[in-house]
Design a protein around this ligand. Sequence first.
Ligand code: F6P
Length: 320
Amino acid sequence: MIHRIGVLTSGGDAPGMNAAIRAVTRTAIYHGIQAVGIRRGYEGLLAGDLVPLTRSSVGGIILHGGTILRTARCDAFMRAEGVNAAVSILKENDIDALAVIGGDGSFHGAKELADRGVNVVGIPATIDNDVAGTDCTIGFDTACNTALECISKLRDTASSHDRMFIVEVMGRHAGYLALETGLACGAEFVLVPELPVDLDAISEKIHYAKQRGKTHSLIVLAEGVMHASELADKLKGRCDYDPRIVVLGHLQRGGAPTCFDTVLSSRLGAAAAEALIAGRSGLMVGRVHGRIVESPLETAWTKKMHLDEDMRHLVDMLSI
Ligand code: F6P
């Protein structure tokens, strides 16, 4: 029987994390179980940085961006001594179950804890959407909408000046954010780390688009491909524009979560707490085809993810 559930947010923050913290806390309290927040992810866990979570202390946060528990990336947790120390700290503080809100790196840490007998469930949250076992991660939808809002403003000025903009979005290893926003904003090209870059094809398409009377060109570039300035240098002289660049960067991690992310966070947070209360552990919760499902934690990184190449084709086809 579980008595006290700990909750932490780890890795890069994502809009909706607060709604997930609230859902874990309120679900625990609803079932007569205490909730405790662990500040600054695994780093705070190792420092014993705890804060009691009550029904009211998670009030008013559902629509706030960031994470009230703050977050960190923790090198010490990559080593066995770090994980062992965390197990002892959890025991000393009577935390007999843990909800980890974060991406696949955070889930690796969660798996290490589960292997040492800690009851743990992962809640996938990252703007990169690069976690298998769920169709979407918490924060992805909001980040796409933020990028889209910015790009829509850029389109206005791009059209007025007959300009080409290269918009660099986040995503070191994954192009989901670039592809989704690129399709949504009608970009001419989307460049993602998973697929090769064809500079000839880019310059040719942009050239013909301009000849047909297009008043602007947009390229959405995932940061993992190359820096926007590098791409601009490569394209200068190869197409009819002097490209301007915009790097959206951490803007995409902030802001109030969308309705979609708030609902997703609430459903996943509640499902994680209920799984822990029922005595299930070593798993992650996710949303697959609209339903909340549980899968082993390692699904997050062992199940192969595929970028939807049909989406990339759509970007090409619809921007002729
Ligand atoms: O959380 C994911 C992410 O935003 C990636 O898209 C990005 O590459 C990385 O984190 C940036 O990390 P940091 O905030 O540590 O610079």
